[in-house]
Ligand binder design. Structure first.
Ligand code: OOG
Ligand code: NI
Length: 446
């Protein structure tokens, strides 16, 4: 008998909705930002019927309103590997390795996200997940103290652990178990205003790096932001102050283009929140913020190389308007029409048969270029589902205050990360390539 399991897509949607509700209660500015994004998206679609048609044809319109990512930070291997198992219940797998130590942030990260076309269409909810690298604390006594504090905590409820195990044994969860699982999982990401440490310990860890205090001093790994997807990031950034939101200075990522690529992001600065240390003294902690993102085409390794080169060439700025103008000038070397992006193999594409193509299906020997020219095949860029390390470092910095805290000792340590995670991370480029390839096969073009 087939048990009546809820799909992992449905559980992911329940979870992302529950997270969004929780975070709106905890950080009301996130709710305000979400409303602003929704309003701007609606206006953008109204003003641009062509964009609306394109998104609708690509099956992207339905996912727009549910689309968001979150971010969390954990302190030890067991936490990361249990998260992997928790996210597996929701059909989310570890994709990509991000080394942020080069940018002065003592963590390395992955993104838990759905990987199949179908699951991404349903709900692409992703969680950028960072593991603290305690080995980058240079004070040995403090490093050991942090490790001991982390060793003593369990950020998962017994109920959550039990339902993860049940899912693994049965291969799924029924609706009632899934609902309980979502509630139990939520506990891990809730904010706790009471720290697990005294004020002196907090201060010592914070002086090493504010992120270290953020990861080590609390009972859970509070969600530190949730990010809705906007269709016009420049407009939302410009409107934020009118809603009482103080945005970070620069929009991270590529400039505005006719064909958006990768990911553009901006955030509001983290809030200073009241906390109570366990010695009874009051204090404040700054970690939680809000972010928005605009997603564009996933780039091939060749396209990504070009992006990285131009981004490095452009450098950073202290004024967004100038920075964006400068970026646009530098990025004039990056082709900005779909045809060139496809012909020069800079971006990944998803192919479909047009109505004409359904009637006159591809025959052996006919090339993609020919089929496109005859309008029997159409191609649309595949959306980038991942993150960008330079942008992520900028987002981290925006909630670490204005004092740059550099820590350049780190080297990428993917093997350590994967051993903590309990599996290897998937290669995002291979996933995009498979998507493109499968779409061609579905069209009967091998
Ligand atoms: C994660 C920062 C990175 C993004 O969207 O690039 C990030 C964090 O602050 O924990 O969320
Ligand atoms: Ni983010």
């Amino acid at each position: 008998m087939m048990p009546n399991f809820l799909s992992s897509d449905a559980i992911r949607t329940l979870f992302s909705q529950a997270m969004s509700t929780l975070y709106q209660q905890e950080v009301p500015q996130y709710g305000t930002l979400t409303q602003l994004v929704t309003a701007v998206n609606e206006r953008t679609l109204e003003a641009n019927p062509e964009l609306k048609n394109r998104l609708s044809a690509a099956d992207e319109l339905s996912r727009l309103s549910v689309e968001r990512h979150g971010a969390i930070r954990v302190g030890k291997a067991d936490e990361l590997s249990t998260l992997r198992q928790m996210f597996a219940v929701m059909g989310m797998e570890a994709v990509g390795y991000y080394d942020l130590s080069q940018a002065g942030v003592p963590v390395h990260s992955t993104a838990f996200r759905p990987v199949s076309d179908r699951a991404l269409r349903h709900n692409p909810f992703r969680v950028f997940t960072s593991l603290l690298r305690l080995e980058l604390i240079d004070d040995a006594a403090l490093r050991e103290k942090a490790a001991a504090i982390l060793a003593a905590r369990d950020i998962f409820t017994p109920g959550c652990r039990a339902l993860i195990a049940k899912h693994q044994q049965q291969g799924g969860l029924n609706a009632a178990d899934a609902a309980t699982f979502v509630q139990e999982a939520l506990e891990t990401f809730r904010w706790h205003a009471h720290t697990t440490v005294d004020s002196a310990t907090y201060r010592a860890l914070s002086q090493q790096h504010r992120l270290i205090a953020d990861v080590v001093c609390f009972r859970g790994c509070h969600i530190n932001h949730l990010t809705p997807r906007t269709l016009d990031i420049d407009r939302v950034q410009a409107l934020m102050p009118s809603r009482g939101i103080d945005p970070k200075t620069l929009i991270e990522g590529p400039p505005q283009r006719k064909v958006p690529i990768l990911l553009r992001q901006t955030s509001f600065k983290a809030l200073e929140e009241a906390v109570h240390f366990n010695d009874g003294t009051p204090g404040t902690h700054t970690a939680r913020f809000g972010e928005i993102e605009q997603r564009g085409a996933a780039l091939t390794p060749k396209g990504r190389e070009l992006y990285d080169r131009l981004l490095a060439e452009a450098g950073t700025g202290s004024d967004n308007q100038h920075h964006q103008q400068h970026l646009s000038a530098v990025f004039s070397d990056f082709p900005d029409d779909e045809e060139s992006l496809r012909e020069q193999q800079l971006a990944w594409f998803r192919y479909r048969l047009t109505e004409k193509g359904e009637h006159l299906p591809p025959r052996a020997g006919e090339s993609v270029t020919q089929l496109l020219a005859e309008e029997r095949l159409s191609a649309e860029p595949i959306v980038y589902e991942d993150f960008l390390p330079v942008s992520a470092a900028g987002i981290f910095q925006s909630n670490l205050g204005d004092v740059a805290q550099t820590r350049s000792a780190g080297n990428a340590s993917r093997a350590d990360f994967e051993s903590a995670l309990g599996c290897t991370v998937q290669d995002e480029m291979a996933l995009y390539q498979q998507m493109q390839q499968r779409s061609l096969e579905r069209c009967g073009v091998a």
